[in-house]
Design a binder for this molecule. Structure first.
Ligand SMILES: Nc1ncnc2c1ncn2[C@@H]1O[C@H](COP(=O)(O)OP(=O)(O)OP(=O)(O)O)[C@@H](O)[C@H]1O
Ligand SMILES: CC(=O)N[C@H]1[C@@H]2OC[C@@H](O2)[C@@H](O)[C@@H]1O[C@H](C)C(=O)O
Length: 362
């Protein structure tokens, strides 16, 4: 097994996760992890950009440099906290920060910021980034990429096992004995709940669903949210803030609904968007990872909506629910460095498996 570092900062824009993983491509052991919250100013600018704001080339370049510096900082923090030297690490897999994801249309693309040249130079470690666009160049959605890792570490199962990552966006991976993995984005995970809570309580998220639990689900609002046409689209599919934006939410809201009732309804929307997809598969176990697994209301609703499923977190299967995504990018760096494919065409719709990413030497 060799040591790789994975870096993930996702659509919740809560900050950066970095993990130290020992892997041989077939097994992956989490050796250390750390997090680095985004500075408020940086988070605000990223939120603004992810919301579709126009920025200049200069602002774009400076943000790329600033994120590259932040990613290098968390690597140095991880090395120090784990007592690991840069020489012991084969490579870094850095997802970067998605600022725009456009998987369909005449000119599909997916852009993640964070200058990997700067990470490689400042850490002295080979750094791989830009994992999505090769898959897209082959006609794929470029997302989700983690299903390939889910298959590697959780695919050895005698029953149907669905892994659901509940980050800003929720995505599932369907693992069934003897079947190729299937996976796709299912809709908002935490994104809209975070947005509403920030807008009306000034908090980054509704911790332990304190607000949502005070409210009642509004059936009329829930029905409008669930009528979003994208939800009914067949896989392969992926999404983000580009669709589930503040204007998208605003167009569905109407007067005389309390702040708490909207929060409760957004939690139910996420739960039902997930459950409606899980329900399409033979009953088995549903393993949650990502920050949404810490939302007690969401977890309680998933269990209620899927009474025949064993609902738990990936911790139960021995994979840290909070480290899963960053671990996946450590594994993807391994795949790329060994000349092995990182995407699953059965997930993204790409025409073939492909070696993903761009390699930056120190
Ligand atoms: N105790 C908690 N109660 C409610 N929600 C929580 C709690 N802890 C974390 N969360 C939710 O998890 C979110 C962070 O999750 P996560 O780190 O998986 O996001 P992410 O890295 O952006 O993931 P992705 O890239 O998949 O979008 C928070 O913004 C919040 O919505
Ligand atoms: C473009 C992009 O960053 N998409 C994210 C987002 O967050 C969750 C879901 O949508 C997933 O498709 C993806 O990230 C994870 C890491 C993935 O590619 O599997």
């Amino acid at each position: 097994m060799e040591l790789f570092i994975g870096i993930m900062s996702g659509t919740s824009l809560d900050g950066i996760d970095a993990v130290l993983v020992a892997t041989d491509g077939k097994h992956a052991e989490l050796k250390a992890s750390t997090t680095l919250p985004f500075a408020t100013n940086l988070r605000q600018r990223l939120l603004h950009l992810a919301g579709g704001a126009a920025i200049t080339a200069q602002q774009w370049g400076e943000l790329d440099t600033e994120l590259g510096q932040a990613y290098a900082d968390i690597v140095l923090q991880l090395l120090s906290e784990s007592g690991t030297s840069a020489e012991q690490v084969r490579a870094i897999g850095c997802h970067g920060q998605t600022v725009w994801h456009q998987p369909t249309g005449a000119l599909p693309f997916s852009l993640q910021l964070g200058d990997a040249n700067r990470i490689a130079a400042l850490t002295g470690i080979v750094t791989i980034n830009d994992f999505r666009r090769k898959d897209m160049a082959l006609g794929g959605q470029g997302a989700p990429l983690v299903p390939a890792f889910h298959q590697q570490v959780l695919g050895d199962t005698k029953q149907v096992r669905i892994v659901v990552n509940i980050g800003g966006i929720a995505n599932i991976t369907v693992l069934a004995p003897g079947q190729a993995a299937v996976g796709y984005d299912v809709g908002p995970g935490n994104m809209l709940m975070d947005m509403w809570c920030k807008q009306h309580c000034g908090l980054p998220f509704d911790k332990d669903a304190a607000l949502g639990r005070q409210g009642q689900v509004n059936p009329a609002l829930l029905s409008r949210l669930l009528s979003e046409p994208w939800l009914a689209q067949p896989a392969p599919k992926s999404t983000g803030r580009e669709l589930f934006s503040a204007p998208w939410l605003a167009q569905h809201l109407f007067d005389n609904i309390s702040v708490a009732d909207v929060q409760a309804t957004l939690a139910e929307f996420s739960a039902q968007a997930i459950a409606n997809e899980v329900d399409k598969w033979p009953v088995g176990e549903l393993l949650v990872c990502g920050g949404g697994g810490h939302n007690p209301l969401l977890m309680q609703r998933l269990s209620a909506l899927l009474p025949q499923w064993q609902v738990d977190t990936t911790n139960r299967a021995g994979v840290d629910m909070d480290a899963m995504e960053a671990m996946a990018f450590a594994w993807l760096a391994h795949q790329t460095l060994k000349g092995l494919p990182g995407n699953l065409p059965s997930v993204t719709g790409a025409s073939r498996p492909a070696i993903l990413g761009a390699i930056h030497l120190p």
